[in-house]
Design a protein. Structure first.
Length: 153
């Protein structure tokens, strides 16, 4: 295998792994933020974590592929090295993620306090609407037409 073939194979794998990561981002977008982000970090580590295959020529391969092929076909003894590399990359990635979350948390808190409560979130209850004595409840305070009014339970 020449150097160009090696780089071409890594390029094709990187594009495919990036596509898989984008699909994973799309699949996890509905989740709660503090569950979604660690899962995304985990999948990124699994997809992009390399491990060394041939130390003499410094050839690397995706660690998840090396682990899967060694366990399924029992062709080599690189599975434990690949798992150790994945664990090390995962530890580093989660440490960086926790550092990012620790830096993001006070900034978001400060921004939330600075903005204050939003006026859009307030919707009066039925009792408050009746106390306002608006007469015509088909329109809201902004003059927009309401389609229907349901009482809160």
């Amino acid at each position: 295998m020449t150097e160009n073939d090696y780089l071409l194979a890594w390029g094709a794998y990187a594009i495919a792994a990036l596509g898989c990561l984008l699909v994973w981002f799309r699949l996890t977008r509905w989740m709660w933020r503090y569950l979604r982000e660690p899962l995304r970090v985990l999948v990124a580590v699994l997809l992009f974590g390399p491990t060394i295959v041939d130390p003499a020529r410094e050839l690397f391969a995706p660690a998840i592929a090396v682990t899967a092929l060694d366990l399924i076909f029992k062709v080599g003894n690189n599975a434990w090295r690949a798992v150790a590399d994945l664990a090390m990359y995962g530890l580093i990635a989660f440490a960086l993620y926790l550092l990012f979350v620790a830096a993001r948390w006070p900034v978001e808190r400060w921004l939330r306090e600075r903005r204050g409560p939003r006026e859009d979130d307030y919707e009066p209850t039925l009792r408050e609407r009746m106390a306002d004595d608006l007469g015509d409840t088909r329109y809201d305070r902004n003059g927009n037409r309401r389609l229907r009014m349901e009482p809160r339970l």
